[in-house]
Write a protein of this length. Structure first.
Ligand code: HEC
Ligand code: HEC
Length: 216
């Protein structure tokens, strides 16, 4: 029921958002190209459709909704396409992505990837040290590689393959790691994250997620 409501709401707001974008595109021709021309339409449109959960500028303030600001284009697009195709499943995002045309997906991807991520802080200092150790050095005893090798030492990731993690909500990150471990999330090429998550304890997931939230 709740999902159906979200779906209906999204469809309505999307229609509004798109009408707004269409209007702005016409007006944009009068505006000099560059910094000033683009954000108005994009910010307004994002506020209509995705902002409720991901924040108007892609900096989500709700721990279960991932921040999207500054995430790599290729990664965002891949996730939207895979929510739509069913390769990644989520009761909230799947119907939303299913309603997006390829063109809309590209617009959202462009918009969110260009937003500036706001640095966050870790809440649980006790976990941060263990998280840092795992992130930078892995756990050789259990065969966990250093997260930094792919997601980069500062968590900015490496486009196009490896997503940005820095500043992401710990709750979301830990939930994704558990989803990879249980194979509920299975859209990682070559099982790379499922293989790593399978070796992680709950405590390691929490620690890594906490460290990542404060990473900048
Ligand atoms: C009602 C809340 C809600 C709305 C509205 C919403 N999302 Fe999401 N979004 C979520 C949730 C929850 C997740 C995490 C899904 C999961 O756990 O796999 C998510 C995940 C994502 C991801 C994957 C992020 C990552 O780091 O892997 C992308 C990309 C995304 N959303 C884009 C969008 C776009 C674009 C829109 C607007 C067209 C949108 N979302 C609207 C709730 C929402
Ligand atoms: C060998 C490279 C590699 C290593 C090492 C690695 N990752 Fe990943 N990770 C990936 C790839 C590739 C993806 C993107 C999967 C996809 O396409 O959806 C990913 C995705 C993720 C995501 C999902 C991000 C999101 O926004 O939903 C999280 C969380 C994550 N990794 C955490 C970690 C942690 C924590 C470690 C260290 C314990 C780690 N990764 C080590 C390659 C790696």
């Amino acid at each position: 029921m709740a999902i159906i409501q979200i779906r209906r709401q999204t469809a309505n707001t999307m229609a509004f958002g798109l009408a707004f974008v269409a209007t702005c595109v016409v007006h944009a021709q009068d505006v000099p190209k560059g910094k000033a021309a683009e954000p108005v339409e994009a910010v307004q449109a994002a506020a209509q459709v995705c902002a409720t959960c991901h924040g108007a500028d892609g900096n989500s303030v709700t721990p279960i909704y991932p921040g999207l600001a500054g995430q790599h284009r290729a990664y965002i697009l891949k996730q939207l396409q895979e929510f739509k195709s069913g390769e990644r499943k989520n009761p909230i995002m799947s119907p939303i992505a299913a309603a997006l045309s390829p063109k809309e997906m590209k617009s959202w991807t462009d918009f969110f990837s260009k937003q500036k991520p706001k640095p966050q802080a870790a809440n649980n200092k006790a976990l941060v040290a263990a998280g840092q150790k795992l992130y930078r050095g892995g756990n050789s005893a259990s065969g966990i590689p250093a997260c930094a090798a792919c997601h980069s030492p500062n968590g900015a990731g490496i486009p196009a393959q490896y997503p940005r993690l820095a500043g992401q909500h710990a709750e979301y990150t830990a939930a994704q790691l558990r989803a990879f471990r249980s194979e509920e999330r299975a859209n990682d090429a070559n099982r790379v994250m499922r293989t790593i998550a399978a070796k992680m304890t709950d405590q390691e997931m929490k620690a890594a997620a906490e460290y990542i939230q404060g990473l900048r």
